[in-house]
Design a protein around this ligand. Structure first.
Ligand SMILES: [Zn+2]
Length: 1152
């Protein structure tokens, strides 16, 4: 009441300052209003006149459109007069007249007029009137009807409506009216309409719930009937709003209303055959949806057989497209209520454990170690609704994350935006890196050859910061000799799936979790196996070939009995020598022997062995078929509805020592992934032709699943198989936007088409019913997993097929490519391969130095040689981003090429390249982690360079991006960060040239896959520890980039609409080189048209930057340097980078 009183005062105040009747005097309606206004002070005594005047006004407004316009026109005080009269009068007839006037006025041009009404305090006056009227005994039904109709009209437009209703006491008035008029639909309808608006306020909802309104509304609900449907609809809306409150939802669940709602839904579904009452059916579902937001509600739903009720009704609705909203909401409820399951694993930690010599206290590895077994996979069923999915979480869900207030993450601390020069490590520690830069001191006076073929330092270096690690003294440069010998096993793809075998008996299960194998022991064993391994490979290869038509040279001729099972077809090793100049089958096997994996893989996957010849046909982005996700989800729900179809047979399981153990009954596919980069952990045959696949966690971690690589065999032709990878972790994927998985058929390969092809239909990616506990999620709330599902029709019987997330690129492949590249070296090329460090797994991490030999050993030439700017490139810090390796391959091949461009590029720069920063992660099939999570060596190298004042001109870390299309770069710019964040900065803070934009700009002009529009040069706080930002800030490299290549495809340029392949990726890597050459011209030449073009381009795009939002880097896209960055240790501010000279040149030129 006090609130209404305030409103009243305010209105009167308003009235006082409004000039009396500022309207044309010739207007009849305005004259009447003037009359009314004059009466206002004494309206109670002049009741009869007021009644007449208001009746006349009503008549005018009802009959003449212009009268209404005049009252509502700007400058008119008509509304004030009407409201003041309403406020002051006690006469029921006058009030009714005024309410009718308002109803007439507000029905026309509603939005604006209601706005005016609200702004003049109309709502408060209505509540005041409502309260006064409710005190009459009995209250006038007509008045209550009118008031509620008007409130229902006004309420949705008044933001403070809910609060005002509560404070004025109107809630109770309406609720009492509803209670007393359950059998009086005429009055009930407007009251429910108002209640619906009240209920959208969460405080009101709770208060109404306490007053029994939930139960009250259930009295209004009724089975199918053609009568009073609008009443039912409104009641359901109000109930749905009330049930958003968890207290009310609990009340409804406790009160046993869930079965009632289900029964009502089933009844309406059954009887509403012509779908006239979609909204009522939807309203019932919304109530169920809101109740099932709480655990109790989900329980009640399942107990009431809700899954079956909604499943059956939805299936019947599916053919009618207009019923989609019902199907979608049903599907949402069913997904929510589907009993949460833990993954079918003993522990979600990796099946393999690699004993670290030193366990870091924090980070993923540390957390894994500190967890006892068994605590990690308890499903956390908190009452919070952690899946507060909205309704658009159905078809066409967009990536919500991209829209999350991105500005929060922009670095706004100007101090942090300014490069801090000077490394934090003392020079004494960095000095050890000198050996990686022999070229900077080389004098070429002695035998050059001996210098150049040195491949690794005599002893592996000890990383200065990793003192905790035991010094590793094993040299990587071992001599491998391939010993051709007779095979022990001979099996073809037809004979035994996954036939390359070998050494399986020798493979110890000790490295599996719990086995606790020691690293040294592992190595010894690995070495001991070298010979049987070679033997076995020989066997494998020949077996693969079959007996006839083999062009395999090494041969022993003995035949085993298994051969007879092979198909009689002529099988040949694909002759890829011409198409794949860097591939060599023998060499690959050789390389595999030197690759050390934690699980001690002894098999080679066919695709890596045969190689991949990029197909010449186009592979367009897959068009998403309408309803795919829904159909897949329904199939998942059917697991509960039709349990008889469920086979639930484990066909592959790394967690049991004798894996894989299945008796071959011909009814199941066979799986395998015990080879380099493979990571399948478990395969469960769910239904006859459907398999749930679980990926292994990264070693020493309990998550990061996305990458996959496994082998399938034993397939039938003419059958559609469905595969579900059920423990993916990213919240969305390009698999929802046209990306297909990759498949490699061995049958195709041996018949001349060795290649990965994009494949699979009915692809989608969605949140599933598997969950993990908050502990396992690293202290966060319990998280759900996501399913990637795809369907396959195999073309060949007895094929062996491989599936992968992206084109695999193993560590052994890298070594093979490097070895072949080395063979391309001419006397003009300076190529050195160092081992940057040996990984914990015992594998060398190569560092390449590529440049041109000095023209002669004259002082001038040596000087020119040493002073070439450095280009620093790296890739594969994230093992799952294999596309980065293909880009890197393109770069390396170009650099080692014989073209004049390659030549002048080598003469211009010294390239320092770490092509695979995380060999262990790649080998062991990890998605993101290395064995220890250390990434120090690259940073130390760069710090060393900063120290000797040779910071690189360009730093670029190659990555793969799973959520965006095209290839693009992230860079660092103070200016663009400042623009984006709107922080005030003085112009001196904005002294920055545009050098950082030149390289991406050039790339966008010459590389078809590259998109400038996707680039971002904003420094984000969350990206503070990425290589890009650290190298920019700490090493002072202005052109410091992350280059992201899509895993999916392009939506612009020449490849628009196509999925990306290795050809395009390699081209990207080559174009990167060409761009560097152009950059050189740009920084070197004084008068070049290119520069002018570029300048205008840059200016053009600069203007664009301000207006269009830059893309933001998502958490997982860039890696962190795992070492904490210590900003307090700033030293040597006077360190100047070599590249500044070049930057200065551009700056000078651009300002000319
Ligand atoms: Zn990455």
């Amino acid at each position: 009441a006090s609130f209404a009183h305030c409103m009243l005062k305010r209105t009167l105040l308003c009235l006082r300052c409004v000039p009396v009747c500022s309207v044309p005097s010739n207007s009849r309606v305005m004259m009447l209003l003037g009359q009314l206004e004059r009466m206002n002070g004494d309206i109670v005594r002049q009741a009869e006149t007021a009644r007449q005047v208001t009746a006349k006004i009503l008549h005018l407004i009802q009959t003449q459109e212009k009268s209404g316009k005049e009252v509502m026109s700007k400058g008119s005080s008509g509304m004030e007069v009407i409201l003041a009269s309403l406020e002051n009068t006690r006469d029921v007839q006058t009030i009714l007249n005024i309410l009718s006037i308002l109803t007439e006025l507000l029905t026309v041009g509603r939005g604006r007029r209601v706005g005016v009404f609200v702004s003049k305090g109309g709502t408060g006056i209505l509540f005041h009137t409502l309260l006064s009227a409710s005190k009459e005994m009995p209250p006038s039904e007509e008045l209550m009807l009118q008031l509620h109709s008007l409130l229902a009209k006004v309420g949705p437009k008044d933001r403070k409506f809910g609060v005002a209703a509560r404070l004025s006491g109107a809630l109770n008035v309406t609720v009492n009216l509803i209670k007393q008029n359950l059998q009086n639909p005429k009055l009930l309808l407007p009251c429910l309409q108002v209640l619906r608006v009240y209920s959208t306020n969460s405080v009101n909802a709770i208060s109404l719930g306490k007053n029994g309104v939930v139960e009250l509304l259930f009295k209004v609900l009724a089975p199918y009937s053609k009568k009073n449907t609008s009443l039912l609809k409104v009641a359901l809306d109000a109930l749905g709003a009330l049930l958003k409150s968890k207290t009310n939802a609990r009340r409804a669940a406790d009160g046993g209303y869930v079965p009632i709602l289900l029964a009502l839904y089933a009844d309406w579904h059954r009887n509403d055959a012509r779908h006239r009452h979609m909204l009522i059916r939807k309203g019932l579902l919304v109530c169920l949806r809101n109740i099932t937001n709480i655990k109790l509600g989900r329980k009640a739903f399942v107990e009431a057989d809700g899954m079956r009720v909604l499943y059956n009704s939805s299936t019947e609705c599916l053919p009618v497209r207009t019923l989609d909203p019902l199907v979608n909401t049903s599907s949402l409820i069913m997904r929510k209520c589907f009993p949460k399951k833990r993954l079918p694993l003993p522990t979600i930690q990796s099946a393999f454990l690699f004993q670290l010599p030193y366990v870091p206290g924090t980070g993923p590895a540390g957390r894994t170690y500190s967890q006892g077994p068994g605590v990690d996979d308890v499903v956390d069923e908190s009452d919070d609704n952690d899946e507060a999915d909205t309704e658009n979480d159905t078809e066409n869900e967009e990536d919500e994350k991209d829209q999350q207030s991105p500005n929060d993450d922009i670095e706004t601390d100007l101090n942090k935006l300014h490069p801090k020069k000077g490394p934090c490590r003392p020079y004494e520690e960095l000095r050890v890196y000198e050996r990686f830069f022999v070229e900077l001191s080389e004098d070429f006076q002695v035998s050059q050859v001996s210098v150049l073929i040195r491949r690794s330092p005599p002893r592996p270096i000890i990383v200065p910061t990793a003192q905790a690690f035991s010094p590793n003294t094993r040299s990587l440069s071992r001599a491998y000799t391939r010993t051709p010998s007779c095979p022990d096993h001979r099996e073809g793809p037809g004979a035994r799936a996954g036939g390359r075998i070998v050494g399986r008996s020798g493979r110890s299960a000790a490295s599996r979790r719990g086995g606790g194998a020691h690293r040294g022991e592992t190595r010894r064993r690995q070495r001991d196996q070298a010979d049987p391994l070679a033997a076995a490979f020989g066997g494998f290869v020949r077996a693969t070939l079959g007996r006839r038509g083999s062009n395999w040279s090494s041969d022993c001729g003995s035949e085993g009995p298994e051969d007879e099972a092979a198909e009689g077809a002529v099988l040949e090793v694909p002759d890829t020598a011409l198409l794949l100049p860097l591939h060599d089958l023998d060499l690959y096997v050789e390389m595999v022997k030197g690759t050390l994996s934690v699980p001690q893989y002894a098999e080679v996957a066919y695709p890596d062995y045969f190689g991949h010849v990029a197909p010449t046909f186009r592979e367009p982005l897959l068009e998403r078929v309408y309803g795919v996700q829904r159909a897949k989800i329904f199939q998942d729900i059917e697991r509960l509805i039709h349990p008889n179809d469920i086979v639930d047979k484990v066909v592959y399981d790394l967690d049991i020592p004798s894996c894989p153990v299945i008796e071959d009954d011909g009814e199941s596919l066979k799986f395998n992934s015990q080879f380099e980069s493979g990571n399948l952990r478990k395969a469960v045959q769910v239904r006859k032709f459907e398999y749930d696949l679980v990926l292994n966690s990264d070693i020493n971690s309990n998550h990061y699943h996305q990458w996959f690589y496994f082998e399938v065999s034993g397939m039938k032709v003419g059958t559609t198989y469905r595969f579900n990878i059920i423990n993916c972790e990213k919240s969305n994927s390009q698999f929802n936007y046209g990306m297909q998985a990759l498949m490699y058929s061995v049958q195709e390969a041996i018949s001349g088409s060795p290649r990965w092809v994009r494949t699979g239909t009915d692809i989608c990616y969605y949140k599933n019913h598997f969950a993990r506990s908050s502990i396992a999620a690293g202290g966060l709330k319990g998280k759900s997993y996501y399913t990637l599902t795809f369907s396959i029709n195999f073309k060949h019987k007895d094929d062996v097929c491989y599936f992968a997330y992206h084109y695999p690129y193993t560590y052994s492949t890298l070594k093979m490519h490097l070895s072949k590249l080395e063979a391309l070296r001419t006397p003009q090329i300076y190529l050195r391969q160092d081992v940057l460090c040996e990984t914990l797994g015992g594998n060398g991490c190569p560092l390449l130095t590529i440049t041109a030999m000095p023209e002669s050993n004259s002082n001038d030439h040596i000087c020119q040689f040493r002073n070439r700017p450095l280009i620093f490139l790296s890739a594969r810090v994230h093992p799952g981003e294999t596309n980065a390796s293909w880009v890197m391959k393109g770069t390396l091949e170009f650099l080692m090429g014989s073209s004049p461009l390659a030549n002048s590029l080598r003469e211009s720069y010294i390239f320092k390249i770490v092509p695979m920063l995380n060999p262990d992660g790649v080998i062991n099939g990890n998605h993101r982690c290395s064995l220890s999570g250390e990434d120090l060596n690259r940073q130390c190298l760069l710090q060393y360079l900063a120290h000797i004042q040779r910071a690189p001109l360009v730093f670029c870390d190659y990555h793969g991006h799973s959520r965006k299309k095209n290839v693009f770069m992230y860079g660092c710019s103070v200016k663009e960060t400042v623009w984006q964040s709107n922080i005030s900065a003085t112009s001196s803070d904005l002294q920055e040239d545009l050098a950082y934009r030149a390289l991406p700009k050039i790339l966008s002009q010459i590389a078809p896959a590259f998109s400038m529009a996707s680039c971002s040069f904003v420094v984000e706080r969350s990206k503070e520890s990425t290589a890009r930002v650290v190298v920019w800030r700490e090493i002072g490299v202005q052109r410091s980039y992350t280059m992201e290549s899509t895993l999916c495809g392009c939506d612009q340029g020449k490849y628009k609409g196509l999925q990306i392949g290795t050809r395009e990726l390699e081209e990207m890597g080559a174009q990167f080189c060409v761009a560097l050459l152009r950059l050189k011209r740009l920084t070197g030449l004084r008068n070049h048209q290119h520069l002018l073009d570029l300048e205008s381009d840059i200016i053009g795009s600069q203007a664009k930057v301000v207006s269009c939002p830059t893309t933001y880097v998502l958490d997982e896209d860039e890696p962190s340097f795992l070492e904490a960055i210590d900003y307090s240790a700033e030293s040597n501010d006077e360190d100047v980078e070599a590249e500044n000279e070049h930057a200065a040149e551009v700056r000078t030129y651009l300002s000319m």
